[in-house]
Every structure is written in structure tokens, then in C-alpha cells.
Design a protein around this ligand. Structure first.
Ligand SMILES: O=C(O)CCC(=O)C(=O)O
Length: 264
């Protein structure tokens, strides 16, 4: 499975430019043999949160755009996330389409990031994000979600062998990004495919450093800070091999964790 991580420099508050650039980059990734294309967080608008009424995706444009591209090019697309307007509220939403153009997943970011005012403008989602690509169970969370190990664990316990993490993670905390992603891969014995944006917006410089991490924790791909596309091949048999080597899932003591939570 060849994965393409599109580390895009997102144009702030400019969906037209971003749709055109994403189309161009996805075409390049497909021409380079990608089986799965992964995009960053909020790629349609960036964090133009005060302009969501006018700019966010209210008609599932991104969902159709991703599904159409996937079908036409026979490639899976994990569509990062876009700002959406649905059911009377704004969300940070991930769309996933398989290579047949089927919409196999839709996820609203569950943990809203107060430091970037998400809680002021967005509603949080409440559901896990599990989907199948070529018969492999995958999960997807967004950016700040990786600070909640129990959330990623819930996906792993439900069978996820690859966790996708689109992000707009600031350069100022890029060390946290690297360590948290590596920890999530090691503790859940799964692949982590994390795609951050490049560039800056009026408030933040973003850190790039998109990464693919193997279930044993090795960093298989790591980009710099600039806009680029990173490619890696992954072999899913590694997940079972690592889970067999140290049977973390069999050794869990669920009842103990529940008791501890109650006593806190
Ligand atoms: O947790 C962090 O430090 C960054 C999170 C973030 O930027 C986001 O969720 O958009």
C-alpha cells in the first residue's frame, strides 16, 4: 500500500484556491502511484473561524469532490478535514472515500482545541471514526484528538490497524506532535499516518513534519516544514506481527481501569 501525505500550505479563508491546489496535488500523488491519499486538517478554509458563515462547506462540496476524484482515479482518499455547516452548526469534518468513490466515513472532530478558539465556533462530534479500505479497518482522528490516548485506543480496540491524523499543528509545539504520534503508534501497535499543514496563517506558523510511524514505533517517513508530498509503502502484516510479539491487547485489565476512573 503506497501512501501519499499531502503537506499543503493552505490559503487562509480562500476555498477556491484550496480546492484547485488540492486537485493539483492529488493528481500528482496519483501519477506517482499512490493507493491512499491523505490531506491535512481544515484544508478548505484554514482557521478562518470568524468567516465560517460565508466560507464553510454547506453543500457537501468537499464530500463530492473527494468521492469524484477517488472514483475517477481509482484511489482511496482520506480527505483530511474541512469546515462544514450542517444541522445549524459548524464542524471540523473528515470525509473518506474509497477507490470506488463510496463515501466510507464521515467524522466530526471530537476534541475541540480551546487554544485556537474551536470551542467558540464549532460543535464537537461524538462518534468514533472507523472505516474499511481494501478490507483493512482504519480509524481517523483530527489534530488535538491525539492528546487523548483513550480516544485512539477506542479505535484500536475496535480493530483499527491504521490511524490517520490530519492536522494544523503549530510549529511551537511540534515536539509534542512527534512524541504523541509515536506513542500512539507504539501503545496501539498500529500504523499512524499523520499529515500536518505547512505555512502560516495570521495567528500561527505551522510545523509540517508529517509522519508515517510503524506499529513498532519506527518513523518510516518524516517531512520537513515546507509544502511537499511524502510517500511511503506500508505492509499491514507488521501490525499482526507486532501484536503477536507483545500481546498488549490480551494483557489489558479493563475492569481495573474502570475502577481507577471511578476512584479519581
Ligand atoms: O494540541 C495542540 O498542541 C495542537 C492542536 C491543534 O492545533 C488543533 O487541534 O487544531
Amino acid at each position: 500500500m503506497k501512501i501519499a501525505c499531502i503537506q499543503l500550505d493552505i490559503a487562509f479563508g480562500n476555498p477556491e484556491t484550496n480546492f484547485a491546489r488540492v486537485a493539483e496535488k492529488m493528481t500528482e500523488a496519483k501519477e506517482n502511484g499512490a493507493d491512499i491519499i491523505v490531506l491535512p486538517e481544515m484544508w478548505n478554509t484554514g482557521y478562518a473561524l470568524t468567516e465560517l458563515e460565508a466560507l464553510s462547506d454547506s453543500e457537501e462540496r468537499a464530500k463530492s469532490f473527494i468521492a469524484d476524484f477517488a472514483k475517477k482515479n481509482q484511489v482511496h482518499v482520506v480527505g483530511g478535514s474541512v469546515s462544514t455547516h450542517k444541522n445549524g452548526a459548524f464542524y471540523n469534518t473528515m470525509h473518506i472515500a474509497d477507490k470506488n468513490g463510496e463515501a466510507v466515513g464521515e467524522y466530526d472532530k471530537a476534541h475541540l482545541f480551546g487554544l485556537m478558539d474551536e470551542h467558540v465556533y464549532l460543535e464537537a462530534g461524538n462518534s468514533l471514526n472507523l472505516f474499511e479500505l481494501d478490507g483493512v479497518t482504519c480509524g481517523g482522528v483530527i489534530c488535538y484528538d491525539i492528546r487523548f490516548p483513550e480516544w485512539i485506543r477506542a479505535h484500536a480496540l475496535n480493530g483499527a490497524k491504521i490511524m490517520f491524523v490530519p492536522a494544523e499543528w503549530p510549529a511551537a509545539r511540534i515536539d509534542h506532535w512527534r512524541v504523541l504520534l509515536q506513542a500512539r503508534a507504539i501503545e496501539n501497535q498500529c500504523f499512524v499516518v499523520a499529515v500536518n499543514r505547512a505555512g502560516s496563517d495570521p495567528k500561527n506558523e505551522f510545523g509540517g513534519n508529517s509522519m508515517v510511524i510503524a506499529p513498532w514505533g519506527e518513523v518510516r517517513m518524516q517531512l520537513g516544514m515546507e509544502e511537499t508530498i511524502g510517500y511511503t509503502e506500508i505492509d499491514l502484516t507488521e501490525v499482526d506481527e507486532v501484536r503477536g510479539r507483545i500481546p498488549v491487547f490480551d494483557d489489558r485489565r479493563e475492569t481495573l481501569y474502570k475502577k481507577t476512573e471511578k476512584n479519581l
